[in-house]
Design a protein around this ligand. Structure first.
Ligand code: ADP
Length: 471
């Protein structure tokens, strides 16, 4: 089969979160399984774009209402990613530094989707399946089925993956004039609560819908930012598939971002050396347990709890510990970190720092991830691959991937039920006790490093889904 992924992000070209990691890995594993798979995304002005070479593939024009806009499709020259990567450029719209966060985002992503469809109309042999991701590309099922302009595409099966249903891309009905002529009888497919809701339209019109974990699918039926009823209705075509990790990119034995490589056998030594170097650079005592947080500073990730948690833990417990926080996000949450009294045990790094995140996974003893909402979560999987014990809240994909140490059959981390100060302090207390038990710690480290979270088996599950819609 030939499967084309359509996405706002793809690692390493442009990444804001887990979506990029998934779209940057799954096509590679589909190719390895004998299928043809590529990715098309906006031509964000990232470092990767400027440091790689590209061929121009196609030029065309789209019409958004009265407005005509020229687009260009480029393709990466080298095959280093293991799959073809195409980017769409539209002057003034997609030529920006950041992926999201602009006032005209709905307009930008609508134009992106229309340019992709226009380009696909020119493909002689059409893809067997289109795989769209999140609301930025979720209008494609509606557009291709209900706009006469794209009638050549209306038989291509479409799979939609929901990475995060909090964001739905709603726009007012006045924007409907921007779409190419569509059958008015299909209005109900675009509508949700008197708005055009791209994610809802995608769920209604796609042939199959996947979520990034079983646990998240269950949760969405009760809480999906207004879409729970829709998801319950469409449950028959939904499936949860937990994300894999790209075990070539995330491998402590070869990771180019970390100074000391290690595999399972020398995990204790490898982690110790990385930790000592990082702690020396940040002026932290490497003998103390090291906790890290990596992620968006938003309430979904419970980042708002961390300043108080760290201060309370350092005040209450007789044992000391160090914390390194890496992230960026909500201004108020960032400020609550900035406003903490300076501490010899806390280091803060603001911004998006891919290389530093790898150092943290390799050097830390524990990863803090007490998310309130976590569709799948990749950090806990990377942490385990690097022998870092995850401390997570039992929700969504975290519940599916991390079992508590106290559970029968052996666990893979420390879990809490609530994103509350009490639960988290207790989890820190348990971590401090564990840290003193060097043999148990070492055993657990090796156990979590040997867990298989690779993409191979997950790619097979996607292939089953594609086969179910192609035949
Ligand atoms: P989400 O997509 O909700 O942000 P995930 O856990 O699915 O969360 O994926 C987060 C990805 O982004 C991981 O690869 C993580 O390492 C990375 N990441 C998040 N914040 C940062 C940051 N500030 N610097 C570097 N990497 C980050």
């Amino acid at each position: 089969m030939q499967i084309l992924h359509i996405s706002a992000e793809c690692y390493p070209m442009a990444k804001a979160g887990g979506l990029a990691d998934v779209v940057g890995a799954l096509p590679k594993y589909l190719q390895q399984a004998g299928h043809t798979s590529g990715v098309v995304m906006p031509m964000h002005r990232t470092n990767y774009l400027y440091t790689h070479t590209w061929d121009t593939m196609h030029r065309g024009t789209i019409f958004l209402g009265e407005k005509s806009m020229d687009y260009t499709i480029i393709m990466q020259k080298s095959s280093e990613l293991g799959f073809p990567l195409y980017c769409v450029d539209i002057f003034g719209l997609l030529d920006r530094d950041r992926i999201y966060g602009y006032e005209d985002d709905s307009f930008r992503f609508l134009a992106f989707q229309m340019a992709v469809l226009e380009w696909l109309m020119n493909w002689e042999k059409k893809p067997d399946v289109l795989h769209v991701h999140d609301h930025h590309t979720a209008l494609i099922p509606f557009l291709s089925r209900h706009c006469s302009r794209y009638s050549l595409l209306n038989r291509i099966p479409i799979v939609l993956t929901i990475h995060n249903a909090q964001y739905q891309g709603q726009m007012g009905w006045e924007q409907a004039v921007l779409l190419p002529y569509w059958n008015p009888a299909a209005r109900g497919l675009l509508d949700w609560n008197d708005c055009i809701n791209p994610l809802a339209a995608g769920i209604k019109c796609a042939d199959r819908v996947t979520t990034v974990s079983e646990g998240y699918l269950e949760e969405l039926m009760g809480n999906a930012n207004g879409l729970e009823g829709l998801i319950r209705n469409e449950r028959f075509k939904c499936k949860g598939i937990i994300n894999g990790i790209d075990s070539e990119v995330w491998n402590p034995a070869t990771d180019l971002f970390i100074p000391f490589h290690y595999s399972l056998k020398e995990a204790d030594k490898g982690k110790r050396l990385n930790k000592e170097k990082l702690c020396a650079e940040l002026d932290l005592d490497a003998k103390l347990p090291l906790f890290c947080f990596i992620g968006r500073m938003v309430s979904d990730k419970s980042a708002d709890l961390l300043p108080e948690l760290m201060q309370k833990a350092l005040h209450l417990f007789s044992e000391k510990m160090n914390f390194i926080i890496l992230g960026s996000g909500h201004v108020d949450i960032e400020n609550s970190f900035r406003n903490m009294a300076p501490s010899p045990h806390i280091r803060l790094e603001f911004g998006y720092k891919e290389a530093f995140s790898h150092l943290l996974y390799a050097s830390s003893d524990f990863l803090l991830m007490p998310s309130r909402v976590e569709p799948c979560g990749l950090n806990q999987l990377y942490a385990m691959r690097y022998g870092t014990i995850p401390i997570v809240r039992k929700t969504g994909g975290l519940k599916d991937t991390v079992k508590d140490m106290g559970d029968a059959g052996g666990g893979t981390g420390i879990t809490v039920y609530h994103a509350s100060m009490e639960d988290l302090l207790q989890a820190l207390h348990r971590s401090l006790q564990l840290f003193k038990e060097k043999e148990i710690l070492s055993h657990l480290r090796k156990h979590i490093m040997s867990c298989d979270f690779s993409w191979q088996t997950k790619a097979e599950q996607y292939i089953d889904i594609y086969e179910s819609v192609v035949n």
